[in-house]
Every structure is written in C-alpha cells, then in structure tokens.
Ligand binder design. Structure first.
Ligand code: SF4
Length: 442
C-alpha cells in the first residue's frame, strides 16, 4: 500500500462517504452508548459528520496509519481516529485531541522564535512524564506532538515515552534532525511513532542555517526527512516563514522542496509574540493582506489545481473564526512543558500549575474552568501584551507565568466570540451541552 498519496475532487468526496458509512456502522451496533435512544444516535452521527466536514478544505493524505483528513486528526481508520470521535462527542466534558508534549529542554539550536526560551527548571522525572502521558490518553488525547528542545538529545527517554503510549494516540516527534539515525527511526516506528515534524524555516539553506544559528542545519533537516521516509514514517515540514519570504513567493519553493523530499504536509506556523519574541510587535504577520495570501495558498495546495502531492496546513487558515478558531486550553489542544507546567497552548507563556507539585486533576481542572467552551480570538496575539506586562511587572526571570499570575490574567479575559462550529456541535458548556440529546454519561 502506498503510504503517500492525496485525494481531491470526487475521490475525496468518496473517501468522506466511506468514512461516514464506517462511523455509522461502527456505532450503530452500540445502542447502549446512546442510552438505547435512536435519536441520540442520529444526533451523534450528525455531529460526527459536521466535525469531519470542517476539514473539507484540506487535502486528505495517505500515511501508513491510513487517511489523514487534517494534520491534527489521527489517520482513518486507526484506533486513534475513533478515539478522537469518542472523546469529542461521547465524553462529557469533551476531551482534547492534541497535546504538544515537551520531554526535554535540551537543545543546541538558537532559533530566535523559541517559545520556551525563557522556561527554566529541570526536565520532569521520567516516571512523571510517562504517567502523565498515559493519563492524557485517558482524557481523550489522540495525537501526541512530542517535542523538546530536541527530543533526540535524550533518545532513551524519547523511546520510553513512545513505547509507553498505546494505539489510542497517533505519535509525532518534532525534531531539527540533530541526533537522528536510521536505527533510531526504525526503533521509534516499531515502538508506535507515526511520523516526524522536521523544522525547516526557509527553503534557502543559508537562511535556515542562519535562523537556527547552526551551520549545516538545513542539510541535517533534509537528511533526516530522507531517513524518515526510508523508515516508513510520515513527515511534516514545520516552518515559520518570515513575512519577507512569504512576500517573495518563497512558500512555493518550500512546497516544492517538501514534495521532492516526499513529505506529507508542510505546516506553516504563524509567528507569535511568545517566548524569545514575547513583547515583540513587528513581523508578527498581522496584516490582512499577508493572512489572505496564506489562506489562498492553503486552498490552492489542497486542491486538484496544485501539482504538489504534499498538503499545506496553514495555521492561519485552520484557526479562522469560521473554521476551528482558537483551540487552546484543551478545547482541542494544550501544552505540557519540559518540567511539567500545564499551559493552554505552547504559544501562551502562562501556567495553570506544575504536575510535579499538584495533582493532574487540580491543574487540568483549573485550565478547563478558564476554557469552558470554544472562542475565536487568537489568544497568542490578543493576550501577548498582557502576558508581557505581567512578566515585566512581576520581575519574573522565567516563563511560563506561575498560576498566581495566570489566575489574575484569566479572571478578566475576553476570549472573543463563540466559535460557530463548536456552538453548532453543542458539546461544550454554555453551548447547550448535556441537553436531552447530549452524550450519555458512562
Ligand atoms: S493561542 Fe489559540 S490561536 Fe494561538 S496558536 Fe494557540 S490555539 Fe492557536
């Protein structure tokens, strides 16, 4: 079976139909899950379809695990795919889909945009790291984006973490490529890893090297991609392209490079005023024109008009108000940093507590209280100046802001308008969740 193919047009519509029929059949034989109520089952199907159709602007990509409708939706028909559907539509409250899970702060690169540049503290104890990861699977996390620092700098720990997770989650590892070998990739794939996200911040080798502060970084990244493809792993290129490069049309060069290397996705990440860039105002790509340009590119590269097989996952498209909005705070995603701080998003330098000092239930519960339902404001942009102010005024030497300061921030914040998609799904508090046709509490 080919592990890299795309679907557009009618082929994509047929894939959606196949998934819809499979979901209907799989849950149709479980009437107990719907309280023996056919109406509940029909509502569940309607919600599942609405949720999946949110990704209709994306291009399904085939990996060894199956068809990925979106970079952050586990491949169909994997166990992780169905874990996503159940956590979102049958758990009460709904579970998050993705965690960005930092397992070490060790890194030799000096990227200027690092969102954890000011984070301090030793890496969490390995026992805590593994126990938390398993706990996250239980609350619904179906996609682990394991990151560092550079995870391959603590390879044994990375392998132990991958092996600790079961098939309910799809596992991706973020890397610069440093420390990657064919043997390690083979071991990770056998352990359950689905793919690598490899950082390439410019298609121009000298610009990427300069950005990372490491000569040869570009070659290291490309060699890593080739090794990963040979090992049968899926690959995403992660890129924070500068505004200047976007204006010069460099995204097409990046897509061509990704296609040539056999990548499944390019994830275009919008620059954020967080971490090393906390307090920064310029070059954050806030202008409407640049955002429209990226949205247009997202549509193009995910359509039949593109000659690239590689799909584009542009963050500014996926976080549009009429798409998913801001999914921080475990609406869909959240972040655990290397020493166990629980954050609503990797780009928000605030913490709801440290998992080494307080129980998971307490810390996670605080975060969910601050994020009862989905909203549309990009908090990494709208709250950045307030986070920076608290950081400066408190005289903090490091991030994330501790719970005492985070509490002050979240007490009065405005997260924007409700996200229409989630409002229509009616699964969150305030969106009529738990009504007569809500999920059955198991
Ligand atoms: S804060 Fe919200 S909008 Fe910003 S990156 Fe995180 S999830 Fe996306």
């Amino acid at each position: 079976m080919r592990d890299r193919a795309d679907r557009t047009g009618w082929a994509k519509a047929l894939l959606y139909l196949r998934i819809a029929l499979h979901v209907a059949g799989r849950y149709g034989v479980r009437p107990r899950a719907f309280g023996w109520n056919p109406l509940r089952y029909a509502v569940f199907l309607g919600r599942a379809l609405r949720l999946l159709l949110a990704f209709r602007h994306d291009k399904p990509m085939r990996t060894r695990q199956g068809w990925k409708l979106n970079l952050y939706v586990p491949a169909y028909p994997s166990a992780a795919f169905f874990h996503t559907i159940e956590a979102k539509l049958l758990f009460r409250p709904p579970g998050p889909t993705t965690v960005v899970y930092s397992m070490t702060k060790a890194c030799q690169y000096k990227c200027p945009h690092c969102y954890q540049r000011n984070d301090k503290g030793a890496d969490a104890e390995e026992a805590q790291l593994l126990a938390t990861a398993r706990r996250l699977q239980d609350i619904g996390v179906a996609l682990f984006d394991i990151e560092g620092g550079e995870p391959f700098m603590r390879y044994d720990r990375l392998l132990a973490l991958v092996r600790a997770l079961d098939e309910r989650s799809e596992i991706w590892v973020n890397t610069t490529g440093q420390g990657v070998t064919p043997e390690r990739l083979e071991e990770l794939r056998r352990g359950g890893a689905a793919g690598l996200m490899v950082s390439v911040h410019s298609p121009d080798s000298s610009l990427h090297d300069a950005f990372c502060g490491v000569p040869g970084a570009f070659e290291t990244a490309c060699a890593c991609v080739r090794m990963a493809r040979k090992a049968g792993l899926a690959v995403t290129l992660n890129s924070v392209l500068s505004e200047e490069e976007l204006q010069r049309g460099r995204l097409s060069e990046l897509m061509a490079l990704a296609d040539e290397l056999g990548c499944h996705f390019v994830q275009l990440i919008h620059p954020k005023p967080s971490g090393a860039w906390l307090g920064r105002d310029d070059q954050m790509q806030r202008g409407g024109a640049i955002i429209r340009q990226v949205e247009e590119a997202h549509r193009h590269y995910n359509s039949g008009a593109s000659t690239c097989i590689t799909a584009l996952a542009a963050q500014v498209f996926e976080e549009r108000p009429d798409m998913l909005g801001c999914t921080a705070g475990a609406i869909d995603r959240f972040y655990v940093n290397a020493n166990g701080e629980l954050q609503p998003c990797e780009f928000l330098n605030i913490s709801f507590g440290n998992l080494a000092r307080e129980s998971f239930e307490v810390v996670y519960g605080r975060m969910r209280t601050a994020f009862p339902n989905a909203r549309t404001d990009w908090l990494c942009c709208t709250q950045a100046s307030e986070i920076h102010r608290l950081f400066v005024e408190s005289g903090s030497k490091h991030t994330p802001l501790p719970w005492e300061l985070t509490r002050e921030l979240v007490a009065g914040w405005d997260r924007g308008e409700p996200t229409p998609l989630y409002r229509k799904l009616r699964i969150y508090e305030g969106d009529d969740a738990g009504g007569p046709l809500g999920p059955v509490q198991s």
